[in-house]
Design a protein around this ligand. Structure first.
Ligand SMILES: [Zn+2]
Length: 376
């Protein structure tokens, strides 16, 4: 019997670390950083940078890409490793030019415990993409600290739907917020949807969310709290092996390369992204894992609802409307609105009529009508 191996097999944590170390050895463009230990303490969260060593990365457009917060969504890790292979081999078309003014920071496996266990959550059963702003998990805390050292102009959080569902298509999700970061990310979202679907032949949709709702998701936290433009990337459901998996990995890889090349294709749009994101206001340190660097970063907010729409006002308005309707229905008839009747009360010395306005409650009006028509 012939054994056919899929083109993309899911890479384990230890294999990934070996490949990353090899890539950093082979290419002067790629560097590798250990951000610290995962929740189990058994594995590390790794960061790779892709930058031109002849350019100061602090003066470049910096982009942070997060892969596999959910351990059972492996496509983005494979895509990142393939993209890095292309960079090291010099086969990532247009990348070298773009790296003159842009740098990528990629976390290829945010959740290494979940990846090896085959679970969505980390080893302590925390869903990392519901932990932003809380930072209860070691992994999100480490990546957040790195993000504050990088001060990126843009953050891409890469996922893949894990359940077969025809409604869950390939998509980029952006905020509907009116703020500058949200508006800038929607511009990028439009270009990404159009150009990446043209380039890959895969349909991609643009989805959106209201700020203040579930803002413990990474991209929502980035836009709503840090004011760093950010998109969520999802690929339509499919298997984790064979042609369906190849499709997902291919789309994710094309997205990473497109993002880098877009910085060169639309420099004005990226200048705007740099301007609206926090990276323009706080200089990046670009040192990772050092306690002194982390201590200098502003403390993250304690609870994630400060910037969202004040939901309690909506509840107050709804309660007022309900009470007002109930009161209106319980009002006695005599207090319903009536009408103004003009009555003639006499004449002045020149014979002109003198009138007065009389308020007639509607109850009396109804009685008057009923009496007159004899329908009591
Ligand atoms: Zn996910």
């Amino acid at each position: 019997m012939l054994l056919t191996l899929p083109a993309h097999a899911v890479t384990s944590y230890s294999t990934m670390v070996g490949r990353l170390a090899n890539l950093a050895d082979r290419s002067s463009l790629i560097k590798l950083y250990d951000l610290g230990k995962s929740s189990s303490g058994d594995r590390s969260v790794w960061l790779t940078s892709v930058s031109d060593p002849s350019v100061d990365p602090r003066k470049t457009v910096r982009i942070l890409i997060l892969c596999r917060q959910h351990g059972d969504e492996p496509a983005s890790t494979e895509a990142a490793l393939e993209f890095l292979d292309h960079v090291a081999n010099g086969t990532a078309a247009g990348a070298r030019d773009a790296l003159r003014h842009a740098s990528l920071y990629i976390v290829p496996m945010v959740n290494p415990d979940g990846a090896d266990l085959g679970t969505r959550e980390n080893a302590k059963k925390v869903d990392l993409n519901r932990d932003w702003g809380h930072f209860n998990a070691a992994e999100t805390s480490l990546v957040n600290k790195a993000c504050r050292s990088i001060r990126p102009a843009f953050v891409l959080d890469m996922h893949s739907w894990d359940q077969p569902d025809p409604f869950r298509s390939n998509c980029f999700e952006a905020s509907r917020d009116a703020g500058a970061a949200a508006s800038a990310e929607r511009d990028l979202q439009r270009r990404a949807v159009d150009e990446i679907s043209d380039g890959t032949g895969q349909a991609i949709s643009a989805t959106s969310y209201h700020s203040g709702i579930e803002d413990t998701l990474c991209h929502r936290y980035m836009t709503g709290w840090l004011e760093v433009p950010s998109l969520l990337f999802e690929t339509a459901a499919g298997p984790s092996s064979g042609p369906g998996f190849d499709r997902r990995v291919g789309l994710a890889r094309a997205t990473i390369l497109w993002l880098l090349r877009d910085t060169a294709a639309h420099p004005d749009a990226w200048k705007h992204l740099v301007k609206v994101s926090a990276c323009d206001r706080i200089a990046p340190s670009l040192t990772f894992g050092a306690a002194s660097t982390v201590a200098k970063a502003p403390a993250p907010p304690a609870a994630p609802h400060r910037r969202g729409f004040p939901v309690h006002i909506l509840w107050a308005i709804a309660a007022y409307v309900v009470v007002a309707i109930c009161v209106a229905r319980l009002r006695p008839v005599s207090r319903e609105p009536g009408y103004i009747r003009i009555e003639r009360v006499g004449e002045d010395e020149d014979g002109r009529p003198i009138s007065r306005a009389v308020y007639v409650p509607s109850g009396e009006y109804k009685r008057h009508v009923l009496t007159r028509t004899g329908k009591r």
